[in-house]
Ligand binder design. Structure first.
Ligand SMILES: [Zn+2]
Ligand SMILES: [Zn+2]
Length: 287
């Protein structure tokens, strides 16, 4: 980042003004937004992979973000959602919700067993997505007792504490000894990831949403011999994941439990502090 820049990239708001060349967004529209602005001209963009465009500019990083009363955004990243049944606080969650949807729906979950490692706000959304996507069994691994409770309330079928019981044994026991079809990691935990590589079902996929801060060693011979895959998740597929979100909202996905706190913007430090300590899910700031 090159300060000074207004930070923040997850928001909702009402359009109060549009530029002369804006054609698809109108004053009065309720919007959230994609935070990545791809270049649209490079080979990666042309291949349909704008979410990993090497020339991406991000709001709140390369240009002013949303911790403010007003933000100016290009038309192409506006996500218009005019149904007032979705409260502003939940419309503000679309950007992180999109990451969760990207991770959870990378492979079809219908009739499959899925393990979710780590249930902060994105993992919590992941449980809701897995239920709507038709997963047969949702197993959560989470050491934090409060978050484990939340996971149960959101509909996880089994919640295990990987620091209390060996996760390899626990997950195998819960999947007839074969392991889960899909593991989605929201924790970035080295121990969690290496256990996942051991309990993943043959031909299964380990989907990595969180970014571990340490390199992790993998036994390719063990992992590869079972035909398993590792998949990285960057941002949201533009705009496939946004349309999937629209579909999940139409089906009635209830994101209200993810909004755990609402504070005035001038108390942003308290919100950031709670977030850092894992004491809240998503804390919404009202300018
Ligand atoms: Zn590009
Ligand atoms: Zn975000």
């Amino acid at each position: 980042m090159h300060p000074p820049v207004v930070i923040g990239h997850e928001f909702s708001g009402e359009v109060v003004e549009t530029g002369s060349e804006v054609h698809t967004v109108n004053v009065g529209d309720r919007v959230s937004a994609e935070s990545h602005i791809p270049c649209n001209h490079c080979q990666i963009c042309h291949e349909g992979n704008r979410h990993v465009c090497p020339n991406t500019k991000c709001i709140g990083v390369h240009r002013d973000g949303c911790f403010a009363e007003y933000i100016a955004i290009p038309e192409e990243i506006a996500f218009v959602y005019n149904d007032p049944a979705l409260p502003w606080e939940q419309l503000a969650l679309m950007e992180p919700f999109g990451v969760s949807v990207h991770g959870m729906m990378d492979v079809p979950l219908a009739t499959k067993s899925v393990v979710i490692i780590g249930v902060g706000p994105l993992g919590q959304m992941g449980i809701l997505v897995a239920r709507l996507a038709g997963a047969a069994r949702i197993i959560v691994l989470e050491p934090n007792r409060e978050r484990a409770e939340t996971a149960r309330a959101l509909g996880a079928d089994a919640v295990n504490n990987p620091t209390a019981e060996d996760p390899v044994a626990a997950v195998k026991r819960l999947t007839d000894g074969y392991g889960p079809h899909v593991v989605v990691d929201f924790s970035g935990s080295a121990a969690g990831l290496s256990a996942a590589m051991r309990y993943l079902r043959p031909e299964g996929q380990l989907t990595c949403v969180a970014l571990p801060d340490q390199p992790i060693s993998v036994s390719i011979s063990d992992f590869g011999y079972r035909g398993c895959s590792i998949r990285g998740i960057a941002g949201r597929r533009i705009y496939e994941n946004w349309e999937q979100m629209r579909g999940l909202l139409a089906r009635g996905i209830d994101l209200s439990p993810i909004v755990s706190h609402v504070l005035p913007l001038d108390q942003f430090e308290r919100g950031l502090d709670m977030t850092e300590r894992g004491q809240c899910a998503k804390c919404i700031l009202i300018p």
